[in-house]
Design a protein around this ligand. Structure first.
Ligand code: B16
Ligand code: MG
Length: 218
């Protein structure tokens, strides 16, 4: 068994669910009488549902009681669940299964480290759940990214030292969390946004198995 561990973020790394989060937040914003743009949605990546609603209400300059806040949280999630209801393997981002399979073939433990409370059902829908030796998501953590808690817990569950873990992330907050955990951070997305990552790829099609092998040999 290797002493290395690999941790994957979900939204934006394994599947593109950001578009569904966007539609659900936009619907709520419109219902409350203001617009919500794709650019503003960037701020929501890797951020917990509660924090997203706080930011949304700031954008709309809306104040809410705790009770109303909780109702909107539920409403947004019900909408989101509706959008992801029919997700299937076709929504897996390019070459993700290739990387997961390469790690499995090399007996490398794999974890999920996501802010989402819907992570497990999504992995089931896209039929990737069986690749994961540990799942740490929004249901297990108390501190959101950029706090390293989610990745440290994932390393612990894999039984691997933090310094021997590699994290794939699409959000700035996630790269910060991986760096704070003293892990190797790999940004998946735009170079100018993820410039704090140790390595950056626009997607997994750019990542050769040789690169992963080099990480394993470190
Ligand atoms: P939920 P990740 C994050 O997932 C999303 O990027 C973020 O936009 C979302 O608000 C958060 O999950 C919570 O998701 O409402 O499903 O609990 O990128 O950390 O996998
Ligand atoms: Mg993400």
């Amino acid at each position: 068994m290797s002493n290395k561990g690999f941790i994957f973020d979900l939204d934006g790394v394994i599947v593109d669910t950001a578009k569904y989060h966007f539609l659900a937040w936009k619907k709520l914003a419109n219902q409350l009488g203001f617009e919500f743009t794709k650019e503003e949605n960037e701020l929501f990546k890797g951020v917990s549902r509660k924090r997203c609603l706080e930011i949304l209400l700031d954008i709309g300059k809306i104040e809410a009681s705790q009770e109303q806040f909780d109702i909107w949280m539920v409403e947004k999630n019900v909408d989101y669940l509706h959008y992801i209801e029919n997700m299937d393997e076709s929504e897996i981002l390019p070459d993700v299964p290739k990387v997961l399979q390469f790690l499995k073939d090399n007996n490398i433990p794999i974890a999920l480290g996501s802010a989402s409370k819907n992570a497990r059902p999504i992995l089931e829908k896209v039929k990737l759940l069986h690749y994961f030796d540990a799942i740490v998501d929004g249901n297990n953590v108390t501190k959101a990214k950029p706090d390293p808690e989610v990745f440290l817990l994932a390393a612990k569950q894999l039984g691997v030292d933090a310094k021997d873990c590699v994290v794939f992330e699409d959000a700035v907050a996630g790269i910060e969390a991986a760096n704070a955990a003293n892990m190797i951070s790999i940004g998946i997305g735009e170079r100018n946004i993820l410039n704090e990552a140790d390595y950056i790829f626009s997607d997994f099609t750019e990542m050769e198995n040789d690169f992963i092998q080099e990480l394993l040999n470190r």
